[in-house]
Design a protein around this ligand. Structure first.
Ligand code: ADP
Ligand code: ZN
Length: 210
C-alpha cells in the first residue's frame, strides 16, 4: 500500500480526477475526506454530529476527528493498492499526523486551477447523494438533467456549495492548505498539473504525474 495525495482548492476537480482513475484502475482506491465526513453526518455518528457545524460554515473540522477516520481507512487497506487521498491532509498539523502513521507517501500532486474559475465550477457543481458521482451543469452534465448516470438517483447541490460558504472555503484553503505545497516540495514529493484541461485530460495528466 502506498499513498498519492491530491492537493488543490475546493472545486479544483481533485475528486473527479480521483474517482475517474479509481473506476478504471483496479489497484487505485479513492479516499475522499469530505465523503467520509458527509457519510458520518448522514448516519448521525458522534463524529458526524461534531463535524456538521464546521462543514456548513466552510471551516475545517478538528484535526483529530478527521485524522482518526483516515487512520481507520489506512489500517484496513492492504496489498498492492495505491490510495488516492483526496482532501486530507488539509493543513500542516494533519500532514504531520499522516507522517507519524508511517504510511508511505509516493507523491503529492497539485491540481492547479486559477481562482477565477473556481467560483463558476462550484456554482455549477451537482453531486449524487447515493454513489457520490460528481457532475457540472455545463462542463460535465449527466445524460438526463438532474439524474445520476451511474445509479439513477436525483442529483443535489451540496449544502456548502453556496457562494458565501465557497468564499470562506477559499480563504481557509489559502491560509491552511496552501502551506502544504512548500511542506511537500521540501520533501521532494511535489508535482503539479494544469487542472483546466477538461476531465479526461486532467485525469490522464494526473496519472502521468503521480
Ligand atoms: P471541497 O474540496 O470541495 O472543499 P470536501 O468534500 O473535500 O470539499 O470538504 C468539505 C468539507 O469537509 C470541508 O469544507 C471541511 O469542513 C470538511 N473537511 C474535509 N476534509 C477535511 C480535513 N482534512 N480537515 C478538516 N476538515 C475537512
Ligand atoms: Zn449516483
Amino acid at each position: 500500500m502506498d499513498i498519492v495525495i491530491l492537493l488543490g482548492a475546493p472545486g479544483s476537480g481533485k475528486g473527479t480526477i480521483a474517482s475517474r482513475l479509481a473506476e478504471t484502475n483496479a489497484n487505485l482506491k479513492h479516499v475522499s475526506s469530505g465523503d467520509l465526513l458527509r457519510g458520518a453526518v448522514a448516519k448521525g455518528t458522534a463524529a458526524g454530529v461534531e463535524a456538521k457545524g464546521y462543514m456548513e460554515k466552510g471551516q475545517l473540522v478538528p484535526d483529530a476527528l478527521i485524522a482518526q477516520m483516515i487512520k481507520d481507512v489506512i489500517a484496513e487497506t492492504e496489498g498492492d493498492v495505491t490510495m488516492l487521498l483526496d482532501g486530507f491532509p488539509r493543513n500542516v498539523a494533519q500532514a504531520e499526523i499522516l507522517a507519524e502513521t508511517g504510511a508511505p507517501v509516493r507523491s503529492v500532486v497539485l491540481v492547479d486551477v486559477p481562482d477565477e474559475i473556481i467560483q463558476d465550477r462550484i456554482a455549477g457543481r451537482r453531486t449524487c447523494p447515493k454513489c457520490k458521482a460528481g457532475y457540472h451543469v455545463r462542463a460535465l452534465p449527466p445524460k438526463v438533467e438532474g439524474i445520476c448516470d451511474k445509479c439513477g438517483a436525483e442529483l443535489v447541490v451540496r449544502k456548502d456549495d453556496n457562494p458565501e460558504t465557497v468564499k470562506d472555503r477559499l480563504v481557509v484553503y489559502h491560509r491552511e492548505t496552501e502551506p502544504l505545497i512548500a511542506f511537500y516540495e521540501a520533501k521532494g514529493l511535489l508535482r503539479k498539473i494544469d487542472g483546466d484541461q477538461g476531465p479526461a485530460k486532467n485525469a490522464e495528466a494526473f496519472l502521468a504525474a503521480m
